[in-house]
Design a protein around this ligand. Structure first.
Ligand code: SF4
Length: 290
């Protein structure tokens, strides 16, 4: 891990003294890893460490992964340089694992952590405007304990929902390469396979998330139609999962580009989550035979 510049800094809520990037097991709120967590250094390591891992192990192991050289360099560079508004804060600067209920009804799939959001706070969609929109909608849908997400010690709990990024490290210009997407896929596949039995809906935030979710579902041996349906806001796809039907819903990503321009509004976001929540109230099929 690259050395921090400017020494250690205090976390805005819990204090202490943290390097940027944060070393595993040094007390960062919610850090699932410690100094003994195995570190993936290459794509083959990701596949090996994700296979047969528990949800806790996927969360911890992915949070120390170093398999994508370009992303490791970028996330750590951002952590050291920082944005002026956060110059006095330590930056997480590591991969951002899935967050939320270990037995979710609704899985929210995003793209990748934001450079000064999740890459700073260590929690997905936390600390930026996109997260304000997402967690506000989850709160209104009864899936979150509070409407705001400022840092990893803010007390936010998700009830019946989980949020995950198909690429767990902040990419330059929010654009991961196909190599980075594919290298990170075993983390997503394993996490998805572990939560699938309780899932009744997946909300895909944007076309990248839609494609990543359908590809992961296919790798989890869920029958996804070919050709794969195209992404659109409000697009729906009903699949047969191991625990009953799973509704996949497309939703514009709550990026500032979409929310500032009115392409995505709060009522549009609320409608998507209302559909996702109501999918869970439908009668599930018996699990026998699958
Ligand atoms: S993007 Fe995924 S596979 Fe690549 S370094 Fe980050 S966590 Fe590892």
């Amino acid at each position: 891990m690259a050395p921090t510049a400017g020494g250690s800094l205090a976390h805005p809520t819990v204090g202490g003294a943290f390097t940027s990037p944060v070393l595993p097991g040094t007390g960062w709120p919610g850090d699932p890893a410690d100094a003994t967590t195995p570190v993936a250094q290459a794509p083959a390591d990701v596949a090996e460490l994700a296979a047969d891992a528990s949800l806790e192990e996927v969360t911890a192991r992915s949070a120390v992964c170093r398999a994508c050289p370009r992303l490791v360099e970028w996330r750590e560079e951002i952590a050291v340089e920082k944005r002026r508004a956060f110059a006095t804060e330590p930056y997480w600067g590591r991969p951002v694992p899935g967050f939320g209920d270990p037995r979710p009804r609704v899985l929210v799939v995003g793209l990748a952590p934001a450079a000064h959001g999740g890459n700073r706070t260590g929690r997905v969609f936390t600390g930026d405007r996109s997260g304000d929109w997402l967690f506000g909608a989850l709160y209104r849908a009864g899936l979150a304990s509070q409407p705001t997400a400022t840092d990893a010690a803010d007390g936010l709990r998700l009830q019946g929902a989980r949020v995950v990024a198909p690429v767990r490290c902040a990419p330059p210009a929010n654009r991961p390469t196909p190599f980075e997407r594919d290298t990170c896929a075993p983390w997503l596949d394993r996490e998805l396979s572990l939560v699938l039995p309780s899932l009744s809906a997946i909300v895909a935030l944007g076309s990248f998330a839609w494609s990543a979710a359908l590809a992961a579902l296919t790798r989890c041996e869920i029958d996804v139609p070919r050709p794969r349906p195209r992404f659109g806001h409000g697009a729906e796809l009903r699949l047969r999962g191991p625990g009953g039907d799973v509704l996949v819903v497309g939703c514009y990503h709550p990026s500032q580009q979409n929310t500032f321009t009115g392409r995505l509004t709060e009522p549009m976001l609320d409608d998507v989550f209302a559909r996702a929540v109501s999918a869970g109230t439908r009668v599930s099929r018996p699990t026998s035979g699958r």
